[in-house]
Design a protein around this ligand. Sequence first.
Ligand SMILES: [Zn+2]
Length: 297
Amino acid sequence: MVMLTSCSSAGQNKTEKGPLNIVTTTSMITDMVKEIGGSAVNVNGLMGAGVDPHLYKASEGDVNKLFKADMVIYSGLHLEGKLVEVFENMEHQHIKMVAITDTIDRKLLISSALFASNYDPHVWFDISLWKAASAYVAQKLSTADPENRNLYNTNLNRFLSKLDSTEKVIREKISSLPSEKRILITAHDAFNYFGKAYGFEVLGLQGISTATEAGVKDVQNLANYIVEHKVKAIFVESSVPKRNIEALQEAVRSKGFDVVIGGTLFSDALGNPGTAEGTYSGMIIFNVNTIVDALKN
Ligand SMILES: [Zn+2]
């Protein structure tokens, strides 16, 4: 007779029927895992709209969810900087931990000596890297739950085509903006991958993490740059307080130049569920439309 104890099944291959219980961190990852996992998974996302992953700390409720999960899928590269200890603890408990950036070739990552992981973690803004991460997630789901391998593969392929059409849409929109106007200035350094992939000069007021404050000198330097390059617009981010960008706008005005706030971009979190910006593809398209329309004039 074989005895199965359900309480010891965490982190091992699934032994019971029923959807895989998955906990995700950012809303971009939640969207991806729902797309690929479909009806075969239960996805519990920890971070909703407007939540900053750099500063996010696990509540007691989160820790309970995490320890009950069959698998935890997170970004890695120290994006979830305050969860690193909890995650290490979970690894010791043999819970299956998947950092989606593990699969990305280090040569494709942007180095950042000042940031804890030595790499910039905002990989979702390069669609090709998000495709690589999606394939990795499908592979991890298939290994944990081989019975649903076909479903994961079908869903993955559908998601990859959606990402291809998203990329086509944004490249077309960007092509309408003259290259000398492709300067993107936002609250923190979230858009380096975006700039590299789609040809924008990118400058953030705060560094890679929002945990470090922008200094007076940073504001003045950036204000000088805006005046010198006659940049039309700068952007707020939905997961970062807007006061820093407003201070930058003031500094530019005090130098006799007017820069507008071109809108709010989604950087480290998607928009509200049920809206177009509440999905990865919708968020990317919304950002690009906002950026291009504000910088065009
Ligand atoms: Zn960030």
